[in-house]
Design a protein around this ligand. Sequence first.
Ligand code: NAP
Ligand code: MG
Length: 401
Amino acid sequence: MAIQVKSPIVEIDGDEMTRVIWQMVKDELLHPYLDMKTLYFDLHIKRRDETDDKITFDAADAIARHGVGVKCATITPNDARVKEYSLKKAWPSPNGTIRGILDGTVFRQPIVVKRIPPTVRTWKKPIIIGRHAYGDIYKNQEIRVQGPGRGELVFTPSTGAEPVRLTIQDFKGPGVLQGIHNTEKSIRSFAKACIQYAVSQHVPLWFGTKDTISKTYHAFFRDVFQEEVDKNRTAMDAAGVSYFYTLIDDAVARVMRHEGGFLWACMNYDGDVMSDMLASGFGSLALMTSVLVSPNGPMEFEAAHGTVQKHYYAHQKGQPTSTNSTATIFAWTGALARRGALDSTPAVSDFARKVEASVIETIEEGTMTKDLTLVCDPPAEGFVTTEGFIKAVRTRLEKKL
Ligand code: NAP
Ligand code: MG
């Protein structure tokens, strides 16, 4: 008896090797067991080109309307891709477009497998990182100061009121100068998305800034977060979600001796740097998932890695590949579990957890793709093909259903 998925999931297909995996995952692990309707959007690079990228906008709107999406990796075209696929132009990154429409925050979540030990001994559970992806140094203005002079910070109100003028530095000689900003709207959306995701995952929420030094800028982030937490106290309490604010230095020190299992909200630069630290610390890009959370609730699940281009070229030549489908499978299970929670259909969420457990057991018992053999402990005896891995997961799943 197939398990009924009550409401549709927005399915966004993509490119290259991940598109190949996408079909295999559906054929082997989903369609045989689920009665599931998806709203299908094909974001293959040629389809985006044919529709002048309208398909990407339609997909994002569908997620906003239906609440849950799952996305395959897609090519972000550069000049080489424009040539390769004879494109009209280098269309913008679909992820950027979708993030913009959903006003979303991206959370990266590693999949923890015993056989792939994290570099940090104390890490036992995933540390989810949420990066504020607007402003600060990423939207700065900079001046290379050539000699003596005054660097100033000036704000001119649109009301015609007196400008606010502060001296940053009276330069005696050459130096550098930078101006940065953020907006209350963006910080608030970020805080809301972090709270949403912590509540959906039932994990504590951490946030840190350098408010001891930046008593206005960083302190504003701290205060906006606190206000949003206060507004959402009931939902957080109901989900058992605590909020912990500390100085960013202290947060970093604690992360290195914590067992994990929390969501770490980071300002833009901290998130940029720390997400790479965590990705490498947890073992493999192929074990990293990514969730886009809109402050109003909709979520889109995907693998953090790209389309695995080199493997696709080998696949096209008919050569066997050993591409890791773990993060793609977890994108699907994340979407299914979310759908199950929203629809109050525990059987769907339960199925998702069984698929995840099957993947983890498959790797832990030594059946893995080539990328993992390089980082696993104890060492693996060999590796399986792309298809071989998915079939091994199916064998374990069958026993659980
Ligand atoms: P990538 O597809 O993540 O692959 C980089 C390398 O990482 C691969 O060549 C492979 O190494 C390894 N790798 C990544 N995922 C793997 C997996 N599942 N299994 C095994 N190995 C894996 O990044 P890229 O080559 O820089 O980008 C390719 C295309 O993806 C680009 O067109 C880019 O625009 C797009 N992209 C899309 C997204 C997205 O849609 N979210 C994200 C990033 C990039 P080896 O070759 O050494 O085996
Ligand atoms: Mg980075």
